[in-house]
Each structure stands twice: as C-alpha cells, then as structure tokens.
Ligand binder design. Structure first.
Ligand code: GDP
Ligand code: CA
Length: 311
C-alpha cells in the first residue's frame, strides 16, 4: 500500500512514527511536509517542520523539550547572541545548526530542496520518504494590529501567539509549485492521511500550494484527516490562536468543515467530540491521544480502514 501523509512539525512527526509502526514491509510511506514556517536566519536556511520530522523519525530528537536534537549544546548561538546576530528568542542548538549549515551549503550549490532533504534523510533508515511541499520559498507572515506584520516564528516563538492575529499571509505562494514527487505521491497513493497538524499554519500552507489542493480532490485515493482538537481544545500548542484568526471555532467539527467534504472522505475524531458531523464526510470516533507509538499505530490503522471503507 502507498500511504501519503500531509504533515507539519512536531504533531506530524508524532503521527508519522505511528504510521511507520502500523505499516507492513510492503507499504511505502511518503510525507509531504509544510515549509511555510521556514526562514532565513543569519544567512542560514532553517526548515523547522522538516527537521522536526527528520529528527523524530531518526530517533535523535529531544523528546522532553519537544523540538531540536537531543544531547544538544548552544555554544554557537551564545556567540551569535553576543554579536547581536540572529534572534535571541529563537535558539538553534549546535547540532541543529550543523543541519542548517549543511542544507544552506547544498542550496547555495544549486541543489533543490527536495534533493537536499533526501540527502539529509539518507543518513538514517527513516522508513518514510520526506518531501518538502515546495522547493520555492513560501513564508508565513502574521499581520497584527499591535505590532504590524511579522514572520510566523516571531509571532509563534517570541510572542507565544499572544498578539491577536488579523490574518496570515503566505508570501510567495502564488508562484510556488509542488516539489518534485509531491503530485505523484498524491495521485498514486492508495490512501492520503492528513496528520492532526495545525490546520492553519501546517496543513493550510500545503493545501495552498497551487496544484496540491486540486491533486487531492482529483486523486482516486480516499483522503482521511485526524482532528487536532480533542474535547474542544488543542492537544498541545496554540493552534486555537490560529483558528480564531481565520474565524474557525476550536472544535473537531469546525476543522472538518474548514477542510470541507470536497477534500475529506473521512474524519477521525475523539469520543469527546463524537457528535461532530460534516456533510459528505464519514466520521469515526476513537481515542485520538498519541499516548505511545503502539497506540498511535492503532489510530493510523483505524484512519486507513475508515478511508478504505473498512472502518
Ligand atoms: P508544529 O508544526 O511543530 O507546530 O506541529 P504540527 O502542526 O504538526 O502539530 C501541532 C498540532 O498537533 C497541534 O495543533 C495539536 O493539537 C496536535 N496534536 C499534538 N499531539 C496530538 C495528539 O496526541 N493527538 C492529536 N489528535 N493531535 C495532537
Ligand atoms: Ca510548524
């Protein structure tokens, strides 16, 4: 079976570890990963969601902190801060900087981002093919009344999403094209899964790349999403601040309606949201907390079964 997953960073990574555990030896998993929160910092190209997934699948991520590499030090960032270079509130560990330097070097040599990701991933047996949504730069900016326009990371990390957002802008989206392999991964999939990643700033940018939404609506594969909202609350993080900015309620039902029946064939919700309904979408309620890799694998199997009509 060919399983294609749309994913953001940490939530997407947790889900992908379960999908990988659920898959059999003949299954092939491809992840189409958000690059909308990428940025250039101190001359380096930083891809937070791609790296979160890379590190988590490789088993080298910092589980406690929730981001970056484990066994990490921050000496390079301390030096940069002393010179006033970079963002003091956006610390990159030394190992993490090693990834960013390597990526920036290859990009400067003219290597496309998809090939850069392939080279970075080839260091480990990930069991998942990682594809950036696009090779062109698409940067999420947040418009606020209080502080004007800022990069998504400044709003998310520096302000902890506490400054009310008026709207999100995807700079560069009009001219972005799907990265090599993305459209084929959707067209040739047996099942497409939407990770319970942030619907606005993780899944949203992927769907907004010209051609990707159309491919998802055209594919013969069923498309099944998982709710990031459990019992009317985001499980981890601050996705509610993003949803309210685009006028979507923090509920499993509202997120399903936001994605819409044109996109979704199935929608997995937690029993706490069992009443959630969206016309034209098959809804299945089952516990959706990723408490362990085994449990996440069981969730992934149920999502696949729902899509293939066996749920
Ligand atoms: P980011 O890019 O690192 O912010 O991560 P993602 O966008 O991929 O994922 C963040 C989302 O994952 C949040 O909105 C959470 O609601 C959701 N999430 C995190 N853990 C779980 C879980 O155990 N179950 C479900 N259903 N959703 C989760
Ligand atoms: Ca992200």
């Amino acid at each position: 079976m060919r399983i294609t997953v749309l994913a953001g960073g940490v939530g997407g990574a947790r889900f992908l570890r379960g999908v990988r555990a659920a898959a059999g030896p003949d299954d092939a998993i491809t992840a189409i990963v958000n690059t909308g929160d990428d940025l250039t910092l101190a001359g380096l190209r930083v891809c937070p969601d791609l790296d979160s997934i890379l590190y988590a699948l490789a088993g080298v991520n910092d589980v406690e902190r929730g981001w970056g590499r484990r066994d990490e030090s921050e000496r390079a960032s301390e030096e940069m801060a002393a010179w006033g270079v970079g963002w003091p509130w956006f610390t990159l560990g030394d190992r993490d900087l090693g990834t960013c330097i390597t990526r920036s070097h290859w990009l400067a040599e003219g290597v496309g981002l998809a090939e850069v990701v392939r080279r970075l991933a080839s260091r480990w047996e990930l069991g998942v093919e990682l594809l950036p949504m696009s090779e062109q730069s698409v940067e999420t900016h947040v418009h606020t009344a209080e502080h004007g326009r800022m990069h998504f990371q400044e709003w998310w990390v520096r302000h902890r999403a506490s400054v009310p957002a008026e709207r999100f802008e995807l700079a560069g989206i009009e001219t972005a094209t799907p990265a090599p392999g993305v459209l084929a991964a959707i067209a040739e999939a047996d099942i497409v899964l939407l990770a319970p990643s942030n619907p606005v700033v993780s899944i949203g940018p992927i769907l907004a790349v010209p051609g990707i939404g159309e491919a998802l609506r055209a594919t013969a594969a069923p498309v099944v999403g998982l709710s990031p909202i459990i019992g009317g609350r985001v499980v981890r993080g601050m996705a509610d601040a993003c949803l309210s900015a685009i006028g979507v309620a923090t509920s499993a039902e509202a997120v399903a309606r936001h994605y819409g029946a044109e996109l979704l064939d199935g929608w997995l919700v937690d029993p706490a949201d069992a009443g959630a309904a969206a016309e034209g979408v098959r809804v299945l309620a089952r516990p959706l907390l990723f408490t362990s890799v085994d449990e996440t694998a069981a969730i992934a199997r149920d999502a696949i079964a729902l899509g293939l009509g066996r749920g």
